[in-house]
Every structure is written in C-alpha cells, then in structure tokens.
Design a binder for this molecule. Structure first.
Ligand code: SF4
Length: 204
C-alpha cells in the first residue's frame, strides 16, 4: 500500500486504518446500502486517495449499493463516480478532502453521514461512535475526557490526533525509541494522512 493499488475487496479489511469520519461513512454505507451525495464524495475521494482505481471504485460502489438495480446504478451514480475521477464532464481530477474542508464545507444535515464526527456529532453520539467504531469505551476514561475537552475548546484536529495516538501508542513508542520518530504531538490534518501514517506504523 501507500501508493500501491488496492481492490474493492480489500476495503473492509483496511478500515482499521481509517479515521473516525471514514469509519462512520463506511458503516453507514454497509448499513443503508447507500450514501447521500456529499458522503459519496467525501468517502469516494478518500478511497481514491488510498489507491482505489476507477475500475475498482465502480466495482466497490456497485456492490455496496446492492439495493439498486444495475439500471438505477448506471443512471444515478455511475456518472458521478467517473466524474470524481476526472473521466466525465470537465475532466477535473478531484483531490480527497482535507480535514479543513470537511470541517468547514457542507455541514451535514439529518440523514447525512459525511462531515467530521468530532465537530458535527453531539458529545454523546461522538462517545458512542468512538466506542462502536474504534473500541474506545468507558474503560478508556482519560481518552474520552481528553477528547471532550478538545471538542469543547473547538480543537477538533487535536481530538482526532489524540485518538490516533491512543490507537497507535505502542507503534509510536517503538518508532520514537528507534530514533526515527516524532513525539506524540504531531498533528494530522488530512484523512489520507491518517491512513498512510496508520498503515506505515502498523506495517513497518
Ligand atoms: Fe476525519 Fe479530519 Fe475529523 Fe479526523 S479531524 S475525523 S480525519 S475530518
């Protein structure tokens, strides 16, 4: 990975390297067999960024949208997926969204799954999402309370990085002890950076 192509069938297994926003989108997609427009864009461009080709993206989304017929899929969604890869319309090749874009643009409404959970979820729903998506529950009080403080101070990146550090504590320590690493307080500001950093730490 990290530059290598991935296939549609690998995505479920790679979820452990996704930040919370993308895990939430992935779970919503699996549950609803659908994502609305901005969810498809946010998640689709992220997947493109981790190495999903247009052909594999079409396989992935077709399988994921299993409640639709081929005709509906081709009519409603195929064009937009190809468009996000620069193959339709003006041919613009869209980049995956940064945290800043996700935090600021197109705030999610009812029924939407896009956005940043640290900013757009209530504290209760954020705690539930951290538990169900990342296994950070009540026994991890210090992480929970740190995240709550960050969110209250509107420091959403810090909250997300705190979670990253918790989930990669051992690997970060090993990296630091090995002399190649940064301290725990670097800041990841892009979901694809989250993925790359996580993948590289877990697969040294
Ligand atoms: Fe996703 Fe960025 Fe929010 Fe983390 S801070 S959940 S990577 S948008």
């Amino acid at each position: 990975l990290s530059g290598e192509a991935i296939t549609a069938g690998q995505i479920d297994g790679l979820k452990t390297h996704f930040p919370l926003c993308m895990r939430n989108l992935h779970s919503s997609l699996r549950r609803d067999k659908h994502l609305r427009h901005f969810g498809r864009l946010q998640y689709g461009l992220f997947l493109k960024g981790i190495g999903l080709s247009i052909d594999e993206a079409l396989v992935f989304w077709r399988q994921a949208f299993s409640k639709f017929t081929d005709e509906q899929f081709n009519k409603e969604y195929r064009y937009n997926i190809r468009h996000s890869y620069g193959l339709q319309g003006a041919g613009r090749n869209y980049s995956p969204y940064s945290c800043q874009q996700i935090l600021m643009d197109h705030p999610p409404g009812t029924g939407d799954a896009h956005g940043c959970p640290f900013r757009h979820f209530s504290v209760d729903n954020l705690m539930l999402a951290m538990e169900s998506q990342m296994g950070i529950g009540n026994e991890e009080k210090s992480v929970q309370s740190g995240v709550k403080q960050d969110v209250a101070a509107r420091k959403y990146h810090l909250a997300c990085n705190r979670v990253f550090e918790h989930l990669h504590e051992r690997e970060l320590k090993r990296e630091k002890d090995g002399g190649g690493g940064s301290s725990m307080r670097e800041t990841i500001v892009h979901p694809n950076e989250w993925f790359d950093r996580s993948w590289n730490l877990k697969n040294p």
